[in-house]
Write a protein that binds this ligand. Structure first.
Ligand code: FAD
Length: 410
């Protein structure tokens, strides 16, 4: 649950982990550490990743003094299943191929609407379709659960049944008929394009600490093409493995840990046991609402300012919220508290980065400035922790291969 720097503060000394079965802490001293906990924007009301994802790696990186980049770039997948609040299947993906195969999105009146936003209609990019849907949802032109409808009923039923067998079954499980009926859907938070700053060989600024996959930022720019998430993890996971093997052999050394960092991480993790049981579930509900309403698919300054203030309050509240004097052995309530702590920290980073980018690009959409600013002066956003407070900055993009407007193709 924490990256532990060496006493010299310049290199990694190891990682502090919790054995969930016993609840005991273990410090694993290591010449090199690979951070690869997989991001996952689970702080939004509707999200696709599983509950084990809590942006822990990014939070550990921030707490260890590393910098995050592009945190405002959160990708929403247009079609998450909306099956009511009582089921975890809500938010999970209905595959994109359905729209590719000719599926339509309809509002509550049975009217197609995506063409009003983009000539490509339902086949437009994820960010465009998500915004069109969110706009309908904000207007209240929705189904019983507050979403819009996906339908394939105008297509050949046999083809839909054969080509999308798994999706047909998934929908049926929650009472929707994908072949000849309507399936209620919502955009759903899917992927973090932002993450830790890192080098092409997966090194971070803390020597011996490497990062790969969705914990890292900058690989996809402001948006991600479908299929490139697994490619990112596979390619950079492989690079990290090779680089770490060389590093351990030639440069790595076991370094004595900063014991104050261990003590402080243990104290932070154990703090909820010392306080009377509070309501972490209520805090999570409020987190979902703040992020969905004001830091989600469409953003504006006043909403982001409101969210920033509300998240600061949640950060204080979680610090005063306990789980009571429970056992540490396999205590899921404890791990939920730890996850929530990370999610609130990373939500604050997303909000700060979103405030810092006043224009729109890729997955980040500012209603008061719906177009990109001058691309020649592109900069990316950065967030780090300074004396316990989040601080933001920007860094100019170095165009090393191709400048905006130019092309590598003749
Ligand atoms: C529903 C869904 C569908 C997707 N479909 C596609 C697709 O079709 N194509 C594509 O390219 N991408 C897809 N993606 C994205 C892709 O799955 C991810 O980008 C990719 O898996 C990230 O890989 P990773 O190695 O960084 O992390 P992961 O594969 O997520 O692995 C991280 C691991 O770390 C563990 N972990 C997290 N926190 C901690 C902690 N504190 N301590 C210990 N362990 C921890 C997690 O449990 C997990 O096992 C999809 C994502 C989702 C959610």
């Amino acid at each position: 649950m924490a990256l532990i720097p060496a006493q010299d503060g310049e290199r990694i000394s190891g990682a502090l982990i919790i054995d969930m079965r016993s609840g005991q802490f273990r410090f694993v001293q290591a010449k090199a550490v690979l951070l690869a906990t997989g991001g996952g924007p689970t702080m939004y009301r509707y999200h696709t990743p599983s509950g084990d994802k809590a942006c822990d790696g990014m939070a550990m990186g921030l707490r260890a003094g590393l910098t995050l980049r592009d945190m405002e770039m959160v990708q929403f997948h247009p079609t998450g299943l909306l099956a009511g609040s009582g089921t975890r299947i809500t938010g999970t993906i209905i595959e994109e191929g359905l729209r590719g195969a000719g599926g339509h999105l309809l509002d509550a009146d049975g009217r197609r609407f995506v063409h009003e936003y983009d000539d490509r209609g339902e086949r437009a990019t994820r960010d465009v379709v998500s915004r069109a849907m969110f706009e309908q949802m904000r207007r209240g032109n929705t189904g019983p659960n507050g979403g819009v409808f996906l339908t394939m009923r105008h297509l050949d039923a046999e083809v839909v049944r054969r080509q999308f067998k798994g999706m047909v079954e998934r929908c049926l499980d929650v009472g929707f008929d994908l072949v000849s009926g309507l399936v209620e859907v919502t955009p759903t938070a899917h992927y973090m394009m932002g993450g830790l700053e890192f080098e092409p060989d997966c090194q971070t600024t803390l020597r011996g600490l490497f990062a790969a996959g969705e914990d890292t930022g900058g690989v996809h720019g402001a948006n991600r093409l479908g299929g490139n998430g697994v490619a990112n993890s596979t390619v950079f996971g492989g690079i990290a493995g090779q680089r770490i093997a060389g590093w351990v052999k030639h440069e790595g050394a076991l370094a004595p840990p900063d014991t104050a960092a261990i003590d402080s991480a243990v104290a932070r993790c154990l703090s909820p046991f010392a306080r009377p049981a509070g309501d972490p579930a209520g805090i999570r509900e409020r987190l979902y609402s703040i992020m969905w309403d004001d830091v989600g698919i469409m953003r504006n300054r006043s909403g982001l300012e409101k969210a920033r203030a509300a998240l600061e309050e949640l950060a204080v509240e979680i610090e005063h919220t306990g789980i009571g004097p429970a056992t540490r052995e396999f205590n899921l309530g404890w791990h939920d508290w730890l996850n929530l702590d990370s999610q609130i920290l990373i939500s604050r980073a997303i909000t700060l980065a979103a405030l810092n980018r006043g224009d729109s690009r890729g997955a980040h959409f500012r209603e008061e400035h719906p177009h990109s600013g001058p691309l020649d002066h592109s900069a990316y956003t950065r967030v780090h922790l300074q004396d316990g407070r989040l601080a933001a900055s920007t860094k100019a993009v170095a165009f090393t291969r191709v400048r905006p407007g130019a092309s590598l193709l003749n």
